[in-house]
Design a binder for this molecule. Sequence first.
Ligand code: RP5
Length: 181
Amino acid sequence: GAYAEPERLDEVAHRKGFASANPLVSVVMGSDSDLPVMKAAAEVLTRFEVPFELSIVSAHRTAMRMEEFAHSAAGRGVRVIIAGAGGAAHLPGMIASATSLPVVGVPVKASVLDGVDSLYSIVQMPRGIPCATVGVNNSTNAALLAIRILATYQPKLQRALDAYSHNLEDEVLAKVAKLEE
Ligand code: RP5
């Protein structure tokens, strides 16, 4: 991958402030090649001052690490998991099968099939094992959904989300006003 060697991603995350000692959200991805897409989630979480961690966990290449990660996440205080993967994107669903934490899957567009393969791999979970799915490459919405979950018990985040929505609204209305000038 272009961004960082997989084994060094944690280090990169720390250096960029993309990691916290007591994360509430865990952002994982199948490969460092997913990082250009997944870093938008890190940026949103940073902006909302939500403690999070960022790492690589591959369902296929590091199956045991994935099991360990999923089984230990709740015990470490993590409240929501965001998992991004492309192609045969089994990571979010397999993590969801090994934890009762809410899991948000991000279908990452790989080099072929336009991300439809990733989307289908994540969205059609069997009954009993839910995995929320956002749009292809939309890790921003995955982070916002995670924050909405945390906001159910953190009023401060609720207020921050309200302010975020108002800003979006103001931006659109400013464009409308410009068009109508
Ligand atoms: C998936 O395969 C990863 O999530 C990534 O999107 C895709 C390609 O991975 P690399 O071959 O670039 O490592 O497991």
